[in-house]
Design a protein around this ligand. Structure first.
Ligand SMILES: [Zn+2]
Length: 304
């Protein structure tokens, strides 16, 4: 067993995640973020989460907020989310059915049902993905264009869910917005941010007949300007990757979420979904609990 796995196993069985669940998380709503988890692994991980928490849908939480009634929510409520709309998400459907779990998947409206690719998956020796998250959006697009990537370029194979797959999953999955092309919103001009926020809602509603009321910020990054645009566009909530757990009073446009890597084993997932890992990293000075606003955070975990 690797040192890392040993550390997570010790932390899991230290009783601290249990203590956090029974105290901080008991009357709050935890939101966990995945991206492209493999179905057999998801069965283990989601199965563990379903035994440890009460998995609810984002809609359950929104309904409790609208009613102002926390008694509608179970203790230790957990919302499972997956960002980007990766094509392999479709293979999770039998797992979700078997475990009877609701999840929310945030789709890039300009990438689903096309052969366009996510810019952060484009590999080229001259491309530093983390660095590109920090430069103005126009500069990022220019640099990518110079090495052959355009947001609208159609590649040979799809990376994102197709319309048929989305249809098949709709009864089990709540699909929401993750912008059109996944820029870090604070790096965008006002016009670019407006297009990403407004058009993703419009495309998903008009072309996919989805009801869009939530947006997950690409890379977890947002500014006050982006929140204003999201309100104007008619979303009623937005999900960040800021540390913490949610109550009915949490700012609906800064919902807190904890990041999990898709390959994390159950010990690691236990520790991360309790929030303990982020807290320890913060205590060690290796993690901010909130990204600096309005500038983007340098490289959140995973793909954002
Ligand atoms: Zn993303």
């Amino acid at each position: 067993m690797s040192l890392r796995n040993t550390v997570f196993k010790l932390l899991r069985y230290s009783g601290l995640p249990w203590l956090i669940r029974e105290t901080l998380q008991r009357r709050r709503v935890t939101i966990a973020m995945f991206h492209d988890i493999a179905p057999d692994h998801a069965e283990q991980v989601f199965g563990y989460l379903a035994k440890t928490y009460h998995v609810i849908s984002l809609d359950d939480y929104r309904a409790a907020r609208r009613a102002g009634d926390a008694s509608r929510l179970p203790d230790k409520a957990l919302i499972i989310t997956l960002d980007d709309g990766h094509i392999r998400n479709h293979t999770l459907l039998p797992v979700l059915e078997k475990l009877n779990l609701p999840v929310t998947i945030f789709l890039c409206a300009g990438i689903v049902d096309t052969n366009r690719h996510y810019w952060f998956k484009y590999k080229h020796p001259e491309i530093d993905t983390q660095a590109l998250k920090l430069v103005p959006n126009e500069e990022r697009l220019e640099k990518l264009a110079r090495v052959g990537f355009q947001p609208e370029r159609e590649f040979d194979t799809p990376l994102a869910l197709t319309k048929t797959q989305i249809r098949e999953m709709e009864s089990r999955v709540n699909f929401q917005s993750h912008t059109v092309f996944h820029p870090c919103l604070p790096t965008c001009t006002d016009a670019e941010a407006r297009t990403e926020i407004f058009d993703s809602k419009k495309i998903l509603e008009q072309n996919f007949s989805l009801q869009i009321n939530a947006l997950a910020y690409p890379n977890g990054d947002y500014s006050d300007r982006d929140i204003d645009l999201i309100k104007q566009a008619g979303y009623d909530c937005a999900i960040a990757v800021d540390f913490g757990y949610n109550t009915l009073k949490t700012d609906p446009y800064r919902l807190k979420r904890l990041s999990v890597d898709d390959t994390d084993n159950v010990d690691t997932v236990c520790v991360k979904v309790s929030g303990l890992w982020t807290l320890l990293m913060w205590l060690a000075g290796k993690r901010r609990l909130k990204p600096p606003t309005p500038s983007p955070s340098p490289g959140g975990e995973g793909w954002g």
